[in-house]
Unconditional design. Sequence first.
Length: 427
Amino acid sequence: MSSLLSDRTPANGMSPGMVVLALSLLLGLQPITTDLYLPALPAMTQGFGATMPQAQLTLTALLLAFGMSQLVWGPLSDRFGRRPVLLWGLALYVLASAGSVVSGSMEQLVLWRTLQGVAMGAGVMGARAIVRDLYPPAEGARIMSKGLTGLGVIACASAPLGALLAEYLGWRTALGALAVFGAGTLLVLAWRFEETLSQKNMAALQPATLLRTWAQILRHPTFWAYTLLATTSYGGLFTFLAASSFVFIQVLGLSKPAYGLAMLTMSLSYIVGTFICRRLLPALGVRRTVALAGACTLTAGTSMGVLALAGVQHVAAIMLPFYLFMLGHGVHQPCGQSGAVGPFPQAAGAASAMSGFLMMVAAFVMGGWLGRSLANVAEGAGSVLPLTNGIWFWSVLISATAWTLVQRFGDPRMPLQRMVSAEGSGR
């Protein structure tokens, strides 16, 4: 029955296939913006004569801007609708992508990447809000998993394509591919996307209303349970994305095309995880599904960390456990992202924005630590430990969140007053 409901035509008249395509393209902005340029990052750093922390800033500045911009895009979309915010955001993304191609220094590239992150915030925030506009929370997790499957397909193509472009045509061509993807997404949405917000909140941008909305969101235990689940899971993925190109290419000696292939197989395991998520949700429910995925995540992080501490520095010692991590990620992300906005049908944009902002703050902090920890990689004395210890750290937090907060507060249908009462009584 749940499967049938997930395939029904939404109230705004768009076909279910169009909804999933829009979600895939909008959510796919994030992996293509990060993954496609990763194989070119070491060569880009050398070409500009930049330091390792400067190179990491091209990723962390983008993600911080991505997170902060959502706090603006979210209320704007609640006030004016999803469609205009998405179209303006995508137009800005194309402009910033084109600007990054002609950057004359690492400082200029960081500036354009920051603007790119601002634009990316409109697309990814909008995608999460669209799911809440059209579907109730339980069904939204299944629809989100379909959109994230599409994200996985885009991620599969991103790293290998980036590696080939960087190897044979140079890193500027790899960055140019982002402008092409953004323009294509803009055309699809301008042509076929229909507004999903049934009733605009005319007071969404009023300071008093905005502060009251943020307070309601931040007081809700379900929001925190699922936001922390999504945040910690993304923290593990970000650690891999930020460190893997340096560790695999400069420490373990992989070529750029081989690294791109490793990234492709990582994305494939994530796609499998999203399929598993859709199969488990009807049978086990959200909380039991998340708990099971948490066991996979902790097993993955612990095995990777122990192997590295034992001195095993090999691609397989990282990738095999990380496949298991990505299976869990394919469950945690759709459940976390849809669950965080579930209690807020009238403020889905604001809730999506706050959840996305917190995710990116965690990524920014982790990126700063990785930039310092990986500094010796550029000097030829690198280690896999910053990568493996980082993923192990996040794995512990993911499983703890999945087994505690999600189990206690993971029902998005439960009213806030009842949750607070349950918390106070110790139930």
